[in-house]
Ligand binder design. Structure first.
Ligand code: NA7
Length: 486
């Protein structure tokens, strides 16, 4: 490129994808980069989630940055704290920690004359030629609408707001929810508690995921042979993309059948027929995000554990009262009821050039163009925007693919005679039409409640294969964009 302008670029969010974007922007020659982070530390979901047993259910050798191989993962699926340390190490190694402005939650963005004026909880943050949101989807905890929380005499908190001075050892613990979080907490804590009541509203399919430590010898081999680390990365990502992620969008029926069989056989290991019946879901495997666990069924059959399926009536001083009138006496209640995954970076107010707000643009559901941009909002780019692939595979892989696309849009803006790039409304309409046409073929549309589905019933995930996603992210189709000259 010639005659390039030096751009000021803002990244919102210093989680795993924001850190990656900062590193890659610098590598691409964009020097003026600021990362705004609402919290006082980096790491996003790996910073927020510190509950016992927290593990990424994507194998570690696939859940990593393409440019930062790690021969030292401790386990096939590593604990959250280790992933947080990996993100921190990567930020430090690539010199982007100093770009992060902590405790600065962007609250407002106004587009004026080719720039976004950002305001944060600290005040005005200045003007930026381009904004990349990297705010993730798992950062607005949802609390259940159950009365009486203030009556409870023990400790109660959301799983993503773990109170670090709390030990579950020797305590009577209640866990509300049966998502991946609750299942990991149950597996990790049943051996030390005085009692564990798991309050289940909906049974889950559980794919057996035997996790194990890497032996020292294996790690030494990975250290000695970078090609081995690379081939493991490629092998695992290829396997996830061609089997699981293809199966859930209806593209690999054989793999889907194998996943179903594995889940059914796993469930059949529950010895007590009545418990097994209560743990049996009434919807298709994969409709909700699949739980991966090698120890949940063992844990829930432990004498210390109880599966409670009577609906919760209310919290009370001693614990939780269920609809059958029983009071479950508890010392600690963990609310593992998930996140509002459809809020993205809101409550931020985003005001586009014509006075249109993003809230207005998204009033009937979150929609954009190819997951990364929104018509009417020039130079506003999203990692993990609406319709991004979300599911049982590596978010980091998704984020890097989206960044590669966004970087090409930003490079275009940096050309001397270009001020703004935004997708054409008709291109976004065509994309969203094809999403709607394709979604009924996915397993997510087969009848269940899940965090993939918003309150209007729209399914939020990419409905094609991951390979198609990668292809679509390869290069912008410039005819789909309005490119404004300055
Ligand atoms: P999830 O997967 O959204 O799970 C939330 C769980 O909480 C789920 O079992 C819900 O039951 C349950 N829930 C929600 N509200 C209530 C009320 N009011 N009463 C009882 N139970 C309730 O969140 P996680 O934190 O486990 O996992 C989120 C993602 O993080 C996970 O998918 C991975 O990507 C990492 P429901 O099924 O709706 O009946």
């Amino acid at each position: 490129m010639t005659n390039n302008r030096q751009l000021r670029i803002a990244i919102i969010g210093a989680g795993a994808s924001g850190i990656m974007a900062a590193i890659k922007l610098r590598q691409a020659g964009h020097e003026d980069v600021t990362v705004f982070e609402k919290a006082h530390d980096l790491g996003g979901t790996w910073r927020d989630n510190r509950y016992p047993g927290i593990t990424c259910d994507v194998p570690s050798h696939a859940y990593r940055y393409s440019f930062e191989p790690n021969p030292d993962w401790s386990r096939v699926c590593s604990p959250g704290a280790e992933i947080l340390e990996y993100v921190r190490h990567t930020a430090r190694k690539h010199g982007v920690e100093g770009l992060i402005r902590y405790d600065s939650e962007i609250t407002r963005a106004d587009y004026r004359d080719g720039k976004w004026l950002l305001e944060s909880t600290r005040g005005s943050e200045g003007a930026f030629h381009a904004v990349i949101t990297a705010t993730g989807v798992l950062h607005h905890p949802v609390y259940p609408d159950i009365p009486g929380l203030e009556d409870f005499g023990g400790r109660v908190f959301h799983s993503a707001r773990w109170e670090d001075d709390v030990s579950l050892a020797g305590k009577r613990v209640g866990v509300i929810g049966t998502g991946s979080t609750a299942i990991q907490i149950v597996g990790a804590s049943v051996a030390e508690v005085a009692g564990l009541s798991l309050f289940q509203r909906t049974a889950q399919w559980v794919l057996p995921l035997p996790n194990r430590d890497y032996e020292e010898g294996e790690k030494a081999q990975f250290r000695a042979d970078p090609a081995l680390v690379e081939s493991e990365y490629l092998r695992l990502t290829h396997r996830m993309n061609t089997t699981f992620s293809a199966a859930v969008v209806g593209e690999n029926p054989k793999a889907y059948d194998q996943i179903v069989t594995a889940c059914e056989e796993h469930l059949a290991t529950v010895r007590d027929p009545e418990l097994r019946r209560r743990l049996t879901p009434d919807y298709k495997v994969g409709c909700k995000r699949l739980i991966m666990s090698g120890d949940f069924y063992t844990a829930i059959q432990d004498p210390m554990a109880e599966l409670v399926t009577d609906p919760i009536d209310r919290f009370c001083a001693q614990g939780i009262r269920t609809a059958d009138g029983r009071v479950h006496e508890l010392d600690i209640i963990v609310i593992a009821t998930g996140f509002d995954t459809h809020r993205f970076f809101r409550p931020m107010q985003v005001n586009g050039p014509g006075g249109q707000t993003l809230d207005q643009a998204w009033s009937e559901g979150n929609q954009g163009y190819l997951t990364v941009a929104v018509p009417g909002f020039p130079n506003w780019f999203m990692i993990g925007g609406p319709t991004s692939p979300i599911g049982n595979f590596s978010w980091l892989l998704t984020a890097e693919a989206q960044f590669g696309y966004i970087r090409q849009l930003i490079d275009r803006i940096s050309e001397a005679d270009v001020t703004a790039v935004a997708p054409k409304p008709e291109a976004a309409d065509a994309f969203n039409r094809s999403v709607r046409e394709r979604l009924p073929q996915t397993v997510w549309a087969t009848g269940c409640q899940s965090w993939y589905i918003d309150s209007a019933g729209n399914i939020a995930s990419w409905p094609w294969t991951f390979d198609k996603f990668r292809n679509d992210m390869d290069q912008p189709v410039w005819d789909d964009f309005e490119v404004s000259a300055g």
